[in-house]
Ligand binder design. Structure first.
Ligand SMILES: Nc1ncnc2c1ncn2[C@@H]1O[C@H](COP(=O)(O)OP(=O)(O)OP(=O)(O)O)[C@@H](O)[C@H]1O
Ligand SMILES: [Mg+2]
Length: 260
């Protein structure tokens, strides 16, 4: 890299994630318009907004599932706007989906093991589960981190909904993530499961930053230090949780409909 290119790529180097003027069109519909966001390494941020506000589209642009129509995205200083999803994963970016993406016929342990093996160097080897100590150790650690040790030999299909969501978090933690995007991890959880989720999120290693999309303010505001509120594909407001919570415009938007 020449020195000019190197200097340019260092713009925003202090940020974990930096979006500038990100717009995403679907035909004539602008799902995102001119979104600019900066998130520090280790920062934990909630993205709030009513149905169709553009939250999942924001995640899809960051992960590369649907690249932006215009604008730039930097991950730890590097311009990743045009990178395919696997290149972003290699750099430590992870996500969980609004709709589950687990192997229902496999056990908890096998799901986590496969995720660990998928991001490790030996992923094309023909090792069978149990033959690689380092991977087994990583698997155990992750199963424990999401409070699923007691059910590690159960098939995913037999788990409660909340346990499945916990397992998704374990999969996102496989490898060495630096930043995770959680798309509504609390959707459909019971009050007990919500408490469990809050505990898991707040106990993640402090260097791992995340953005969490969450409709439930009680959950969101307990697990983050900053909030971005979206409306109609645009940033509507940013601030500390207590500022957002007490903001009259936010309250009106939230109570005023469009939100399930
Ligand atoms: N693949 C797609 N093709 C066409 N339109 C899309 C696509 N994905 C999203 N949209 C549209 O973009 C807008 C934003 O959708 P998005 O899924 O990002 O909202 P959201 O904030 O995640 O909503 P929810 O709270 O319901 O999950 C919506 O109008 C949606 O219909
Ligand atoms: Mg969504």
């Amino acid at each position: 890299m020449d020195s000019v290119a190197h200097r340019l790529s260092a713009v925003g180097a202090g940020a974990a994630l930096e979006l500038r003027g990100v717009t995403r069109l679907f035909g004539a519909l602008a799902a995102l318009t001119d979104v600019t966001i900066t998130v520090r390494p280790g920062e934990r941020r909630a993205v709030l907004g009513s149905n169709g506000a553009g939250k999942t589209t924001l995640f899809n642009c960051i992960t590369g599932d649907f690249p932006p129509s215009s604008g730039t995205i930097r991950f730890f200083g590097e311009d990743i706007t045009q990178f395919p999803p696997y290149e972003r994963i290699r750099r430590g970016l992870r996500r969980t989906y609004q709709i589950s993406a687990l192997f229902p016929g496999l056990t908890v342990q096998d799901n986590v093991y496969l995720a660990c093996r998928g991001v490790s160097r030996g992923r094309f080897s023909f090792l069978r589960p149990g033959q690689n100590d380092a991977l087994m150790h990583a698997t155990d650690t992750l199963v424990q981190a999401v409070h699923l040790s007691a059910v590690k030999d159960q098939r995913v299909a037999e788990l409660a909904h909340g346990q499945q969501r916990q397992l998704e978090i374990a999969l996102a933690l496989a490898g060495a993530p630096r930043f995770i995007l959680f798309d509504e991890p609390a959707a459909g959880l019971s009050p007990t499961e919500r408490r469990e989720l809050i505990e898991i999120l707040t106990s993640l290693p402090s260097h791992i930053g995340y953005i969490i999309i969450e409709h439930d303010m009680d959950v969101a505001l307990r697990v983050v230090e900053s909030v971005t509120m979206m409306h109609n594909g645009r940033i509507f407001k940013e601030g500390l949780p207590r500022e957002i919570e007490s903001d009259p415009e936010v309250q009106e938007l939230y109570l005023g409909g469009g939100h399930e």
